[in-house]
Design a protein around this ligand. Structure first.
Ligand code: PXP
Length: 244
C-alpha cells in the first residue's frame, strides 16, 4: 500500500495570502490585492484562508482582515503574536481561528515555533480569551513532544507544527530526521486529542511526505503557491494583441 493510501481524507488546504500583500506593500499600490487572491484561492478549492497580521503591518493590513472577515466563504485563520493589541483585534474581528506565532521584527518570516512550555501562563490566558470568543485557538510550535504537551496543558484546540526545518534540510538523512520529528509531534498531539495542522516552507517538491502523515488534518501554504507567471504573461500578451 502506498503511504498516501493510509489517509481516508486529504488534509485541508489553508492558503496563506500574505505574500500577495507583500508585493502590494512593496509599492504602496492597491494591487495585487490579497482579498482578490483569497477569492481566487477559494474558487480553486482552498479550504481556508490564512493571514498573518504582524505588529509592524509589513504585509497584511487591518483593512484586509476586515474585508476578508466579510468575504471569506470558507474559514479565516488569523496568525498573530500573543499580545494585548492583537488579542483585541482578534476579539473584534472574530476570525474562525487564531494561530499564535512568535514574532521578531527583524525576521524575514516566522522563524521558529512558539515556546509554549516556557510561557504557559501567558499563553493559557490568550487561549482562554480566544476560546471564550468562540475562536478556535491554535499554537504554532516546533515539532517537539514537550511543546505538544504544553499546548495540551494550556488547552489549545489545534497545534500547527512548524515544517521549516524539514523543508530546509538539504541532506537526505537530515530531511528524514526532521520528518520523523514532525511525525512524532503529530502522533503525540493526536493522541492527546489535539487537532494537528502543519506548515511553513512546504512546496510542490516536499509536501507529499507530510501529506502521508495521517494525523495532520490541515496544511497552511503560501510562498510556493505564488505560481501564475505563465498564465499572467499569456493574458498580458493577449491584451496587448487586442489593443494593437
Ligand atoms: N504557517 C505559519 C504559522 C506561517 O507563519 C507561515 C508563513 O507565513 C505559513 C504557515 C506558510 O508558510 P509558507 O509561506 O512558507 O508556505
Amino acid at each position: 500500500m502506498h503511504a498516501l493510501d493510509s489517509r481516508i481524507m486529504p488534509p485541508m488546504l489553508g492558503v496563506n495570502v500574505d505574500h500577495v500583500a507583500t508585493l502590494r506593500q512593496s509599492r504602496r499600490t492597491s494591487y495585487p490585492d490579497p482579498v482578490q487572491a483569497a477569492m481566487l484561492a477559494e474558487l480553486a478549492g482552498a479550504d481556508q484562508i490564512t493571514i498573518h497580521l504582524r505588529e509592524d503591518r509589513r504585509h497584511i493590513q487591518e483593512r484586509d482582515l476586515q474585508i476578508l472577515r466579510r468575504t471569506v466563504q470558507t474559514r479565516l485563520n488569523l496568525e498573530m503574536a500573543a499580545t494585548q493589541e492583537m488579542v483585541k483585534i482578534a476579539y473584534e474581528a472574530k476570525p474562525d481561528s487564531c494561530t499564535l506565532v512568535p514574532e521578531r521584527r527583524e525576521e524575514l518570516t516566522t522563524e521558529g515555533g512558539l515556546d509554549v512550555a516556557g510561557n504557559r501562563d501567558g499563553i493559557r490566558k490568550v487561549v482562554k480569551t480566544l476560546k471564550d470568543a468562540d475562536i478556535v485557538a491554535s499554537l504554532f510550535i516546533d515539532p517537539e513532544v514537550d511543546q505538544v504537551r504544553a499546548a495540551h496543558r494550556v488547552e489549545a484546540d489545534v497545534v500547527e507544527i512548524h515544517t521549516g526545518r524539514y523543508c530546509d534540510a538539504r541532506l537526505v538523512q537530515d530531511r528524514g530526521r526532521e520528518l520523523a520529528r514532525v511525525v512524532d509531534a503529530a502522533k503525540a498531539a493526536a493522541k492527546l486529542g489535539i487537532k494537528v495542522a502543519a506548515g511553513h516552507g512546504l512546496n510542490y517538491q516536499n509536501v507529499l511526505p507530510v501529506v502521508a502523515i495521517s494525523e495532520i488534518e490541515e496544511l497552511n501554504i503560501g510562498h510556493a503557491i505564488m505560481v501564475g507567471m505563465e498564465r499572467a504573461v499569456r493574458e498580458m500578451k493577449a491584451l496587448l494583441a487586442r489593443g494593437k
